[in-house]
Ligand binder design. Structure first.
Ligand SMILES: Nc1ncnc2c1ncn2[C@@H]1O[C@H](COP(=O)(O)OP(=O)(O)OP(=O)(O)O)[C@@H](O)[C@H]1O
Length: 238
């Protein structure tokens, strides 16, 4: 739903990526259908689909050299016709997206020479220039340093909240505390069981324990709750 920032949480291998790829139309669902605005995703033409939903993959595979700016302008592909490639407004939109992810200074760099975290932020800028109504992101904070994680999550929060064009955002995440701080809703995947709803309702230590199979402590600092996984047995002290 526009205005909502959903995070998908669950242990490794539970199916977060599979779910995102199925929702994006890359995998056919084993059962049922995926609908976007009442249309089956398999029936929507590719160019139209690219305006409706975009996916940030967990990793980027660059086969050849390209400038960062060219990689980001590629996000405008669903809006370009005939000889409309690389128009001035596309370049401006791409530069604005690079600014939003703190990568504007890298616009003339080669994508093959970026660090893992830089490359992922460039891919996020490409998704921003694609400008779909629904943004799906597979671990958008993976490879990001602590400050960049905040930049990315705050940006996704803003995109889902900013009027008049609120986006719908779905992101697979591993950092429960970033989710607690920035998401509006959580889908928690467990073994054969799921919990979904507003973030405060789903982020409960007993539900997290059921999903991840380890106990959680909750620390409160007056402003927010922090979730710490704890081992059943304490490590031997030195
Ligand atoms: N291409 C594939 N072919 C067959 N099985 C796969 C394939 N990709 C993933 N799987 C399996 O599907 C299950 C779900 O994988 P998925 O990548 O969706 O998990 P995930 O929740 O995203 O995990 P992670 O947190 O480690 O990224 C896993 O058991 C995995 O081994």
């Amino acid at each position: 739903m526009p205005g909502q920032f959903w995070c998908v949480l669950g242990r490794n291998g539970v199916g977060k990526t599979t779910l995102l790829h199925t929702l994006a139309g890359l995998n056919r669902p084993a059962n049922g259908r995926v609908l976007i605005r009442n249309d089956d995703i398999q029936d929507i033409k590719p160019q139209q689909l690219a305006r409706l939903r975009g996916l940030l993959a967990q990793q980027q595979a660059d086969a050849f050299s390209s400038s960062v700016l060219a990689a980001v302008i590629a996000g405008r592909h669903p809006y370009q016709f005939g000889f409309g490639w690389d128009r001035e407004e596309d370049r401006a939109q791409a530069m604005q997206a690079l600014q939003q992810v703190n990568m504007a200074a890298f616009s003339e760099h080669d994508v093959l020479r970026l660090s893992g975290g830089e490359r992922q932020r460039v891919a996020l800028a490409t998704l921003l220039t694609q400008d779909p109504s629904l943004l799906m992101l597979d671990e958008p904070t993976a490879h990001q340093d602590a400050a960049a994680q905040i930049v990315v999550m705050a940006l996704l929060h803003k995109l889902s909240n900013e009027l008049p064009r609120q986006k719908a955002v779905i992101a697979a995440c591993h950092d429960i505390n970033l989710v607690a701080r920035y998401a509006s809703h959580v889908l928690l995947l467990g073994d054969g069981q799921t919990w979904q709803g507003r973030v405060d309702r789903v982020l409960q230590p007993e539900l997290l324990q059921a999903a991840f199979g380890c106990p959680f402590e909750v620390l409160e600092n007056g402003k927010r709750r922090l979730f710490m996984p704890v081992a059943d047995t304490a490590p031997a002290s030195a």
